[in-house]
Write a protein that binds this ligand. Structure first.
Ligand code: HEM
Length: 169
């Protein structure tokens, strides 16, 4: 009897532990801090992906997107207008989730595992000028990657509707 209750306790304990791990930390890459629970879904990316692979290829695939995101974030972190916003940010997670999001939206074969744009930004109190500065760094990053102007604008137009979920002041 004691053996059986002990077995049940261990079983219930391990099921609870496994459940808690999944719910609390649904998509946690190596070297990242835990975040509050959320439901993982591509819809969290906040935009419908381009159809076909032309856009993904125009951005030089996964490697090009990775370079572009790193360059944009390096620019935003070094910019006195926006540096303060990223001081407390887990940049390992932000780099990973942004790369996934851009790859997904550009029609690459990627899933997005990050939070929704509302969830990710609602505590930040971002202003229109913050958005303007980040877009500048994205444009510089696309220039550095030699993305044609028209292609850059197609991508920016796909991101534009996210603004209402990101800029809250
Ligand atoms: C179209 C514009 C933008 C897109 C597509 C975007 C995308 C993202 C993504 C994918 C995440 C990570 C979600 C997650 O951790 O699960 C995120 C978080 C974050 N974003 Fe943005 N973002 C945009 C605009 C901005 C702007 C303008 C700023 C500030 C200048 C900003 C600052 C941040 C910060 C600080 C975080 C981390 C929040 C946290 O860890 O709690 N974002 N964003």
């Amino acid at each position: 009897m004691i053996g059986r209750s002990l077995f049940m306790a261990v079983l219930v304990g391990s099921v609870l532990a496994a459940g808690a791990a999944v719910a609390q930390d649904p998509a946690h890459g190596p070297g990242e801090e835990a975040v509050d629970a959320y439901a993982v879904a591509d819809a969290n990316a906040g935009a419908t992906p381009f159809t076909g692979t032309a856009m993904f290829e125009a951005f030089h695939g996964r490697a090009g997107i990775d370079r572009m995101v790193d360059s944009m974030l390096d620019g935003a972190k070094a910019d006195p207008r926006t540096a303060g916003i990223f001081v407390a940010t887990d940049m390992v997670r932000l780099r990973r989730t942004l790369k996934e999001q851009f790859c997904y939206v550009l029609g690459g074969d990627c899933g997005y595992t990050g939070r929704s744009m509302v969830d990710a930004h609602d505590d930040l109190g971002l202003q229109p000028a913050d958005m303007g500065a980040l877009i500048e760094h994205l444009q510089n990053a696309m220039d550095a990657e030699n993305i044609p102007f028209r292609t850059q604008n197609r991508f920016l137009a796909r991101l534009a509707p996210m603004r209402r979920d990101i800029v809250t002041r």
